[in-house]
Design a protein around this ligand. Structure first.
Ligand code: GDP
Length: 439
């Protein structure tokens, strides 16, 4: 996410390296580089100029403390400015009414249906009773797609494939929700390939009739400035409450994320970074700024882990670790949990300093495949008690998994080291403390 921008900004700050103070001259050249980086990232020209003028003014107005270098000071100021640009505070969605209605609008292919599934999953994990409603009356495939997603996340989907009146379907869904104790109704609507009158009329009619507590506009961030223009067109007609930026995993520029708020004056509320149902995050301007500047985002990483981890499972696991019973079956389950957390590269880039290190490195779910293959080639007895894995067993596991004996050895060694560490932690009592934090 935003790799190119991060790299260019880093280069811009390097122009201040070795400078003892901030002067009119050295700041001017750094700010020029920052502006270029923003424009290259497809940030609206006017917005880029406003932001960099502000950065310059603030930098010149501040005394550099001896503890921080001019470069660090400028990074801090840029961080603050990018945060402000993206809206300052994070804004939550409004879930009001019984049931609360959330209307999802956007162009076809922007990721509306996928997001509807993700939002249902997200709200369900908060303990809410959710109903998904398929109101795309033009594409029967869209109804099926929503049904598949609903099943995947365990949320009921209301659909009337024969009905061609979106308002009637949505109203029937709301009645259904009232009768069946659903507290939130998410309405997925039809989109078109481009903004057109008919689509706008339909979605406006839905909004008037349903009076949703929240109307979210979903837009593909990879379309850059087009995303901003489409947002403007939808907002002029719909006056929506918030923006959902999708496909940020494929967007290395970031122009939409950086300009949409300033141009449309509506907050970004969620971002989507992959096709999996867990690849959804609430949008925090400060955390995003920090990621853009290569400073990582540990808070989001921890939150993602909490969302992916099943509480019961975490308890069961901590018990096993405390009793020194952690085995390869647990290890395999851990891998599954990590994979559920979403795009691996994106996750790793949330660790401070990792963003740059990850550039050009290809890490995805397949990176775990060799490890999984090895573990799956073990018998249950071997998984539960790896100590019995002798030479001939290693050969068999190597053949079964299609990996070398060396790789099997490496995995066994890593696993043993991990177990030793757990044992030591248990002895010190630290493990208990760390693990109870997990519970
Ligand atoms: P809709 O027409 O607006 O309902 O769009 P869909 O939900 O059908 O999404 C269009 C395509 O984009 C599908 O192939 C999705 O799997 C994909 N997609 C949606 N969100 C994301 C995302 O955040 N990242 C990536 N990489 N793909 C996405």
């Amino acid at each position: 996410m935003f790799d190119n921008l991060s790299l260019k900004l880093e280069k811009a700050f390097q122009t201040l390296k070795g400078q003892g103070s901030i002067t009119e001259i050295n700041v001017a050249s750094t700010v020029k580089e920052i502006r270029k980086a923003l424009i290259d990232a497809d940030v609206n020209f006017k917005v880029a100029k406003e932001v960099t003028d502000e950065i310059k003014e603030k930098a010149l107005g501040q005394d550099v403390l001896t503890a921080i270098s001019p470069g660090q000071l400028l990074i801090k100021i840029t961080n603050d400015e990018l945060t402000t640009l993206m809206g300052g505070q994070s804004e939550d969605i409004r879930i009001e009414g019984s049931p609360a209605i959330i209307l999802i609008a956007g162009l076809q292919g922007s990721g509306k249906t996928t997001f509807s599934g993700k939002l249902a999953n997200y709200l369900k994990k908060q303990g809410r009773q959710v109903l998904l409603t398929a109101c795309d009356i033009y594409r029967p495939a869209a109804i099926d797609q929503l049904k598949v997603l609903g099943e995947q996340v365990g949320v009921e989907v209301y659909a009337e494939p024969e009905n061609k009146d979106a308002v009637k379907i949505a109203k029937a869904a709301i009645e259904h929700a009232k009768k069946n104790n659903h507290r939130v109704v998410i309405v997925d609507t039809a989109g078109r390939l481009a903004v057109d009158e008919e689509m706008m009329n339909e979605i406006a009619r839905l909004k008037d009739a349903l009076k949703p507590s929240e109307t979210l506009f979903v837009v593909d961030s990879m379309t850059g400035q087009d995303a901003v223009n489409t947002a403007k067109a939808f907002n002029d007609r719909l006056d929506f409450n918030g923006v959902v930026l999708t496909k940020l995993d494929g967007d290395s520029r970031g122009g939409a994320a950086l300009s949409i708020r300033r141009v449309v004056e509506k907050p970004i509320k969620f971002i989507s970074t992959g096709e999996k149902m867990e690849a959804i995050d609430r949008f925090y301007p400060d955390r995003m700024a920090s990621r853009i500047l290569g400073m990582g985002d540990v808070i989001s990483l921890v939150e993602k882990a909490q969302m992916a981890y099943d509480e019961e499972e975490a308890k069961r696991l901590s018990k096993k670790i405390r009793k020194n019973q952690f085995d390869f079956n647990d290890f395999l389950q851990q891998l599954e949990q990590v994979k559920k957390m979403g795009n691996m590269k994106d996750l790793l880039s949330m660790i401070p300093g990792m963003g740059k290190a990850m550039k050009g490195v290809d890490i995805d779910d397949n990176s775990f495949k060799p490890i999984e293959a090895i573990i799956r080639s073990m018998t249950m007895a071997e998984r539960e008690n790896p100590d019995i894995i002798n030479g001939s067993r290693k050969n068999r596991i190597s053949k079964g998994s299609g990996r070398s004996v060396q790789e099997v050895n490496n995995l066994l060694k890593q696993f043993n080291d991990m177990r030793k560490l757990m044992k030591t932690m248990n002895k010190m009592g630290g493990g208990k403390r760390a693990l109870s934090a997990l519970n």
